[in-house]
Design a binder for this molecule. Structure first.
Ligand SMILES: NC(=O)c1ccc[n+]([C@@H]2O[C@H](COP(=O)([O-])OP(=O)(O)OC[C@H]3O[C@@H](n4cnc5c(N)ncnc54)[C@H](O)[C@@H]3O)[C@@H](O)[C@H]2O)c1
Length: 299
Protein backbone atom coordinates (compact mmCIF):
# COMPACT_ATOMS: atom_id res chain seq x y z
CA UNK A 1 0.00 0.00 0.00
CA UNK A 2 1.05 3.60 -0.48
CA UNK A 3 0.98 5.32 2.92
CA UNK A 4 1.39 9.03 3.69
CA UNK A 5 2.74 9.71 7.20
CA UNK A 6 2.19 13.27 8.40
CA UNK A 7 4.73 14.01 11.13
CA UNK A 8 6.85 11.18 9.75
CA UNK A 9 10.13 12.81 10.83
CA UNK A 10 9.07 12.76 14.48
CA UNK A 11 9.49 10.20 17.23
CA UNK A 12 6.58 7.83 16.54
CA UNK A 13 6.62 8.60 12.82
CA UNK A 14 10.19 7.36 12.40
CA UNK A 15 9.49 3.93 13.92
CA UNK A 16 6.27 3.70 11.92
CA UNK A 17 8.02 4.55 8.66
CA UNK A 18 10.77 1.99 9.26
CA UNK A 19 8.29 -0.81 10.05
CA UNK A 20 5.93 -0.05 7.15
CA UNK A 21 8.87 0.02 4.73
CA UNK A 22 10.25 -3.27 6.11
CA UNK A 23 6.81 -4.78 5.52
CA UNK A 24 6.92 -3.73 1.87
CA UNK A 25 4.72 -0.63 1.91
CA UNK A 26 5.53 2.51 -0.06
CA UNK A 27 5.87 5.44 2.36
CA UNK A 28 5.63 9.18 1.72
CA UNK A 29 6.57 11.52 4.57
CA UNK A 30 5.32 15.04 5.14
CA UNK A 31 6.79 17.01 8.02
CA UNK A 32 7.51 20.68 8.70
CA UNK A 33 10.36 19.74 11.08
CA UNK A 34 9.09 21.91 13.96
CA UNK A 35 9.80 19.12 16.46
CA UNK A 36 10.82 16.38 14.04
CA UNK A 37 14.36 16.01 12.77
CA UNK A 38 15.92 15.69 9.36
CA UNK A 39 18.30 13.15 10.91
CA UNK A 40 15.33 10.75 11.07
CA UNK A 41 15.03 10.91 7.28
CA UNK A 42 17.35 8.84 5.14
CA UNK A 43 18.32 9.11 1.48
CA UNK A 44 15.87 6.48 0.31
CA UNK A 45 12.86 8.12 2.01
CA UNK A 46 10.32 10.04 -0.02
CA UNK A 47 10.23 13.19 2.08
CA UNK A 48 8.40 16.49 1.64
CA UNK A 49 9.24 19.34 3.96
CA UNK A 50 5.85 20.96 4.30
CA UNK A 51 2.98 21.81 6.58
CA UNK A 52 -0.36 20.02 6.96
CA UNK A 53 -2.03 23.40 6.44
CA UNK A 54 -0.86 23.41 2.82
CA UNK A 55 -0.74 19.96 1.30
CA UNK A 56 -0.27 21.21 -2.27
CA UNK A 57 3.38 20.01 -2.02
CA UNK A 58 1.91 16.52 -2.43
CA UNK A 59 0.10 17.33 -5.69
CA UNK A 60 2.29 14.94 -7.69
CA UNK A 61 1.91 12.06 -5.20
CA UNK A 62 -1.00 10.18 -6.72
CA UNK A 63 -2.41 6.87 -5.49
CA UNK A 64 -2.06 7.34 -1.71
CA UNK A 65 -4.19 4.61 -0.10
CA UNK A 66 -3.79 5.43 3.58
CA UNK A 67 -2.82 8.46 5.70
CA UNK A 68 -1.26 7.94 9.12
CA UNK A 69 -1.88 11.37 10.63
CA UNK A 70 0.64 12.05 13.40
CA UNK A 71 1.59 15.72 12.83
CA UNK A 72 0.44 17.72 15.83
CA UNK A 73 1.21 20.07 18.66
CA UNK A 74 1.95 17.49 21.38
CA UNK A 75 2.71 19.39 24.57
CA UNK A 76 0.05 19.85 27.26
CA UNK A 77 1.78 22.95 28.76
CA UNK A 78 1.99 24.63 25.31
CA UNK A 79 -1.72 23.95 24.80
CA UNK A 80 -2.43 25.73 28.10
CA UNK A 81 -0.19 28.70 27.27
CA UNK A 82 -1.42 29.04 23.70
CA UNK A 83 -4.70 27.17 23.13
CA UNK A 84 -5.26 28.95 19.81
CA UNK A 85 -1.98 27.61 18.40
CA UNK A 86 -2.89 24.14 19.69
CA UNK A 87 -6.33 24.39 18.04
CA UNK A 88 -4.82 25.49 14.72
CA UNK A 89 -2.35 22.60 14.65
CA UNK A 90 -4.55 19.84 15.99
CA UNK A 91 -8.06 20.74 14.82
CA UNK A 92 -7.62 22.94 11.75
CA UNK A 93 -4.57 20.88 10.68
CA UNK A 94 -6.58 17.67 10.91
CA UNK A 95 -9.38 19.24 8.84
CA UNK A 96 -6.84 20.08 6.14
CA UNK A 97 -5.65 16.46 6.16
CA UNK A 98 -9.27 15.27 5.83
CA UNK A 99 -9.86 17.66 2.95
CA UNK A 100 -6.76 16.23 1.22
CA UNK A 101 -7.95 12.67 1.93
CA UNK A 102 -11.26 13.38 0.22
CA UNK A 103 -9.69 15.14 -2.76
CA UNK A 104 -7.07 12.40 -3.24
CA UNK A 105 -9.58 9.54 -2.81
CA UNK A 106 -7.67 8.08 0.13
CA UNK A 107 -9.25 4.87 1.47
CA UNK A 108 -8.32 5.14 5.14
CA UNK A 109 -7.14 7.62 7.77
CA UNK A 110 -5.29 6.38 10.87
CA UNK A 111 -5.19 9.04 13.58
CA UNK A 112 -2.90 9.48 16.60
CA UNK A 113 -5.20 10.38 19.47
CA UNK A 114 -4.40 10.22 23.16
CA UNK A 115 -5.44 9.09 26.63
CA UNK A 116 -5.69 12.85 27.31
CA UNK A 117 -9.22 12.77 25.83
CA UNK A 118 -10.45 10.85 28.90
CA UNK A 119 -9.20 13.16 31.64
CA UNK A 120 -9.30 11.80 35.17
CA UNK A 121 -11.41 8.68 35.40
CA UNK A 122 -11.75 6.50 38.50
CA UNK A 123 -13.15 3.61 36.52
CA UNK A 124 -9.93 1.91 35.45
CA UNK A 125 -9.05 0.43 33.04
CA UNK A 126 -10.68 3.07 30.85
CA UNK A 127 -12.75 1.71 28.00
CA UNK A 128 -13.40 3.48 24.72
CA UNK A 129 -17.05 4.17 25.60
CA UNK A 130 -16.08 6.00 28.81
CA UNK A 131 -17.10 9.62 29.14
CA UNK A 132 -14.56 12.03 27.62
CA UNK A 133 -13.54 14.70 30.12
CA UNK A 134 -10.35 16.30 28.77
CA UNK A 135 -8.48 18.45 31.30
CA UNK A 136 -6.34 20.49 28.89
CA UNK A 137 -6.73 22.25 25.55
CA UNK A 138 -4.56 19.43 24.12
CA UNK A 139 -7.12 16.83 25.26
CA UNK A 140 -9.92 18.98 23.83
CA UNK A 141 -8.17 19.39 20.47
CA UNK A 142 -7.54 15.63 20.16
CA UNK A 143 -11.17 14.88 21.12
CA UNK A 144 -12.48 17.41 18.60
CA UNK A 145 -10.20 16.12 15.84
CA UNK A 146 -11.54 12.60 16.54
CA UNK A 147 -15.12 13.82 16.10
CA UNK A 148 -14.31 15.54 12.80
CA UNK A 149 -12.59 12.38 11.57
CA UNK A 150 -15.52 10.12 12.51
CA UNK A 151 -18.11 12.44 11.00
CA UNK A 152 -16.34 13.49 7.80
CA UNK A 153 -14.98 10.01 7.08
CA UNK A 154 -18.50 8.55 7.43
CA UNK A 155 -19.89 11.24 5.10
CA UNK A 156 -17.09 10.85 2.55
CA UNK A 157 -16.90 7.06 2.73
CA UNK A 158 -13.36 6.88 4.07
CA UNK A 159 -12.37 4.23 6.62
CA UNK A 160 -10.85 5.54 9.84
CA UNK A 161 -8.92 4.05 12.74
CA UNK A 162 -8.59 6.38 15.71
CA UNK A 163 -5.91 5.16 18.11
CA UNK A 164 -5.88 6.57 21.63
CA UNK A 165 -2.33 5.92 22.69
CA UNK A 166 -1.29 5.56 26.28
CA UNK A 167 2.09 7.17 27.14
CA UNK A 168 4.58 6.23 24.47
CA UNK A 169 8.31 5.95 25.15
CA UNK A 170 11.45 4.93 23.31
CA UNK A 171 14.95 5.99 22.30
CA UNK A 172 14.21 8.70 19.74
CA UNK A 173 11.80 10.54 22.03
CA UNK A 174 12.61 14.09 22.99
CA UNK A 175 12.02 15.37 26.51
CA UNK A 176 9.00 17.37 25.33
CA UNK A 177 5.48 16.07 25.04
CA UNK A 178 3.28 13.54 26.68
CA UNK A 179 5.22 10.40 27.44
CA UNK A 180 8.53 12.21 27.86
CA UNK A 181 8.99 11.42 31.56
CA UNK A 182 11.00 8.25 30.86
CA UNK A 183 13.38 10.16 28.61
CA UNK A 184 13.59 13.02 31.14
CA UNK A 185 14.52 10.53 33.90
CA UNK A 186 17.02 8.86 31.58
CA UNK A 187 18.75 12.15 30.74
CA UNK A 188 18.97 13.15 34.43
CA UNK A 189 20.33 9.76 35.54
CA UNK A 190 22.81 9.60 32.66
CA UNK A 191 24.28 12.85 34.04
CA UNK A 192 24.17 11.55 37.63
CA UNK A 193 21.49 14.10 38.52
CA UNK A 194 18.40 13.30 40.65
CA UNK A 195 15.30 12.66 38.53
CA UNK A 196 12.59 15.23 39.33
CA UNK A 197 9.18 13.79 40.16
CA UNK A 198 6.25 16.19 39.77
CA UNK A 199 3.90 16.02 42.76
CA UNK A 200 3.87 13.04 45.13
CA UNK A 201 4.78 10.50 42.45
CA UNK A 202 1.68 8.45 43.20
CA UNK A 203 0.21 9.45 39.84
CA UNK A 204 0.07 6.53 37.42
CA UNK A 205 0.53 6.04 33.70
CA UNK A 206 0.20 3.19 31.25
CA UNK A 207 3.44 3.18 29.25
CA UNK A 208 3.79 1.56 25.84
CA UNK A 209 7.02 1.07 23.92
CA UNK A 210 7.21 2.95 20.61
CA UNK A 211 7.80 -0.20 18.53
CA UNK A 212 4.41 -1.44 19.73
CA UNK A 213 2.80 1.78 18.48
CA UNK A 214 4.47 1.30 15.08
CA UNK A 215 3.10 -2.26 15.08
CA UNK A 216 -0.38 -0.95 15.94
CA UNK A 217 -0.20 1.32 12.86
CA UNK A 218 0.80 -1.63 10.68
CA UNK A 219 -2.11 -3.76 11.93
CA UNK A 220 -4.49 -0.80 11.60
CA UNK A 221 -4.07 -0.99 7.82
CA UNK A 222 -6.32 -4.07 8.06
CA UNK A 223 -8.52 -3.09 11.01
CA UNK A 224 -12.15 -1.99 10.71
CA UNK A 225 -13.15 1.61 11.31
CA UNK A 226 -13.43 2.52 14.97
CA UNK A 227 -11.91 4.12 18.04
CA UNK A 228 -9.37 2.02 19.91
CA UNK A 229 -7.11 2.29 22.94
CA UNK A 230 -3.51 1.23 22.34
CA UNK A 231 -1.78 0.42 25.61
CA UNK A 232 -0.24 -2.31 27.72
CA UNK A 233 -3.18 -2.14 30.17
CA UNK A 234 -0.67 -1.91 33.05
CA UNK A 235 -0.72 0.93 35.56
CA UNK A 236 2.54 2.05 37.08
CA UNK A 237 3.23 4.94 39.48
CA UNK A 238 5.86 7.51 38.60
CA UNK A 239 7.66 6.55 41.85
CA UNK A 240 7.80 2.89 40.71
CA UNK A 241 8.92 3.93 37.24
CA UNK A 242 11.72 6.02 38.70
CA UNK A 243 12.83 3.09 40.88
CA UNK A 244 12.99 0.75 37.86
CA UNK A 245 15.08 3.26 35.93
CA UNK A 246 17.49 3.82 38.81
CA UNK A 247 17.92 0.03 39.09
CA UNK A 248 18.29 -0.56 35.35
CA UNK A 249 20.83 2.25 35.03
CA UNK A 250 22.63 1.02 38.17
CA UNK A 251 22.65 4.43 39.87
CA UNK A 252 22.74 5.30 43.53
CA UNK A 253 20.62 8.45 43.33
CA UNK A 254 17.35 9.46 45.02
CA UNK A 255 14.65 11.36 43.14
CA UNK A 256 13.62 14.90 44.04
CA UNK A 257 9.95 15.89 44.30
CA UNK A 258 8.85 19.17 42.72
CA UNK A 259 5.50 20.94 42.24
CA UNK A 260 2.77 19.05 40.35
CA UNK A 261 1.96 20.16 36.79
CA UNK A 262 -1.36 21.80 35.88
CA UNK A 263 -3.72 20.01 33.49
CA UNK A 264 -2.22 16.60 34.18
CA UNK A 265 -4.41 13.58 34.86
CA UNK A 266 -3.68 11.62 38.07
CA UNK A 267 -4.32 8.00 37.11
CA UNK A 268 -4.28 6.35 33.73
CA UNK A 269 -4.68 2.79 32.51
CA UNK A 270 -6.34 1.99 29.21
CA UNK A 271 -8.22 -1.20 28.43
CA UNK A 272 -6.66 -2.57 25.23
CA UNK A 273 -9.08 -5.49 24.68
CA UNK A 274 -11.03 -3.86 21.84
CA UNK A 275 -7.96 -3.22 19.68
CA UNK A 276 -6.42 -6.63 20.34
CA UNK A 277 -9.71 -8.32 19.38
CA UNK A 278 -10.27 -6.20 16.26
CA UNK A 279 -6.69 -6.21 14.93
CA UNK A 280 -4.93 -9.20 16.49
CA UNK A 281 -2.14 -6.83 17.55
CA UNK A 282 -0.80 -7.34 21.08
CA UNK A 283 2.00 -5.29 22.63
CA UNK A 284 5.31 -7.17 22.65
CA UNK A 285 7.11 -5.12 25.34
CA UNK A 286 6.50 -4.72 29.08
CA UNK A 287 7.61 -1.37 30.57
CA UNK A 288 10.72 -3.04 31.98
CA UNK A 289 11.61 -4.69 28.64
CA UNK A 290 11.05 -1.40 26.78
CA UNK A 291 13.20 0.52 29.26
CA UNK A 292 15.98 -2.06 28.96
CA UNK A 293 15.91 -1.83 25.15
CA UNK A 294 15.85 1.96 25.27
CA UNK A 295 18.81 2.15 27.67
CA UNK A 296 20.81 -0.28 25.52
CA UNK A 297 20.17 1.76 22.36
CA UNK A 298 21.02 5.07 24.02
CA UNK A 299 24.25 3.85 25.59
N1 LIG B 1 4.43 10.47 22.49
C1 LIG B 1 3.34 10.12 23.16
O1 LIG B 1 3.39 9.61 24.29
C2 LIG B 1 1.99 10.31 22.53
C3 LIG B 1 0.86 9.88 23.23
C4 LIG B 1 -0.39 10.06 22.67
C5 LIG B 1 -0.51 10.62 21.42
N2 LIG B 1 0.59 11.04 20.76
C6 LIG B 1 0.41 11.63 19.41
O2 LIG B 1 1.27 10.97 18.49
C7 LIG B 1 1.62 11.86 17.44
C8 LIG B 1 3.12 11.83 17.22
O3 LIG B 1 3.75 12.28 18.41
P1 LIG B 1 5.32 12.16 18.69
O4 LIG B 1 5.45 11.79 20.12
O5 LIG B 1 5.96 11.33 17.63
O6 LIG B 1 5.75 13.70 18.56
P2 LIG B 1 6.82 14.42 17.61
O7 LIG B 1 6.80 15.87 18.00
O8 LIG B 1 8.11 13.71 17.64
O9 LIG B 1 6.16 14.23 16.18
C9 LIG B 1 5.27 15.14 15.61
C10 LIG B 1 5.81 15.45 14.21
O10 LIG B 1 4.88 16.28 13.52
C11 LIG B 1 5.59 17.34 12.89
N3 LIG B 1 4.65 18.45 12.77
C12 LIG B 1 4.11 19.16 13.79
N4 LIG B 1 3.26 20.07 13.30
C13 LIG B 1 3.25 19.92 11.95
C14 LIG B 1 2.58 20.59 10.89
N5 LIG B 1 1.75 21.60 11.14
N6 LIG B 1 2.81 20.18 9.61
C15 LIG B 1 3.69 19.17 9.37
N7 LIG B 1 4.36 18.51 10.34
C16 LIG B 1 4.15 18.89 11.61
C17 LIG B 1 6.78 17.62 13.78
O11 LIG B 1 7.85 18.27 13.12
C18 LIG B 1 7.13 16.21 14.25
O12 LIG B 1 8.05 15.59 13.38
C19 LIG B 1 1.06 13.23 17.84
O13 LIG B 1 -0.16 13.42 17.14
C20 LIG B 1 0.81 13.09 19.33
O14 LIG B 1 -0.22 13.95 19.77
C21 LIG B 1 1.86 10.90 21.28
Amino acid sequence: MKVLITGGAGFIGTYTKELLKREGHEVVILDNLTTGSESNINEKDVFYKGDIHDLSVLDNETGINVIVHLAAQIQVPVSIEDPIYDMKQNIEGTLKVLEFAKKSKVKKVIFASSAAVYGDNDNLPIQEESKLKPMSPYGISKMTAEKYIETLCEINNIDYVILRYANVFGPKQSTRGEGGVIRIFYDALAEDQPPQIEGDGGQTRDFIYVEDIAKAHLYSLNTSSGVYNVSTNKEITINELCKIMIQEMEKNISPKHIEARKGDIYRSKLDNTKFITASGCKPSYSVEAGIRKMIKELE
